[in-house]
Design a protein around this ligand. Sequence first.
Ligand code: SAM
Length: 271
Amino acid sequence: MSPGLNDLIFAFNALEQFRKRAISPHHERFIFPFLCGSYFAYRKIDVKRIVAIAHAVSKDNPSYLDVGCGYGDFLEKIRQYLPNAEGMEKSADIFFKLKKYKPDYIKIGDAYNGIEKRYDVIFVGWMEPGVDYRDKIAEKTDVIVTTLDQGLSLAAEFEGHDFKKVASWLTPSWEDINTEITNKYYSSMTEGLRRSLHELRGAHNLWYIYSKPNYVESVRKGLKSHISQENKGNNNGYEFEKVLDESGYKYLENFNIGNKNHLLWDIVFDT
Ligand SMILES: C[S@@+](CC[C@H](N)C(=O)[O-])C[C@H]1O[C@@H](n2cnc3c(N)ncnc32)[C@H](O)[C@@H]1O
């Protein structure tokens, strides 16, 4: 389902009002994710991991498609490393009726009608519940990267399509950060209450890497070799990552979810 035009116009007006009192230019991407950011709160390391996966599939010039890319915030970051990366977005209205620039690398199309060509990697970012075109994606690639909002978009799981999960990691969703910054900077709640709510914070977004059996080993190897570089430091991120750090969502931050312990952004390889 595409966002309704009236909802978008309403959100644009709210964004304009918000900008008049925003404390940081980086807050809007977490408060208005569709207009200014994305529904998952990524770091540059997420972008580089996906680029490493694409190079593990095709060394020189991997092809990449982001399905349901919206305005293409995440796609833009990927294109800094994979300049031929493309996006597919169902709604023409989000560009043309709202007079927003549509880059040529975003094609208007509905994944339910099929994907035109094959890609080395297809990325499916956050999807609304009920949207499920897994068959169409599985036909056109051997490697799929999905982000899955826990409990919401289960249509991002591909085991049933002859794909094997190679690895996964956990990050916050925009809502996790939204709650933190809204409570801290844009509400009048007491510091004591804010701190007690902070203790209840969650991290809801899972990244899954899937591969057809013939690519499992090369994707695993490529990602492992990339991670050894990541662990050596030098992970200068995007300016907006400061907001994640300040909100308690640091790289490798320890998290208890239910009775399980997780480290944010820590890669878990499936056996
Ligand atoms: C929740 S938004 C996520 C946008 C972006 N991936 C992100 O994470 O911010 C889902 C997007 O997928 C698009 N979409 C929904 N169904 C689609 C389909 N069948 N084919 C292509 N795009 C679709 C919607 O129009 C919307 O822009």
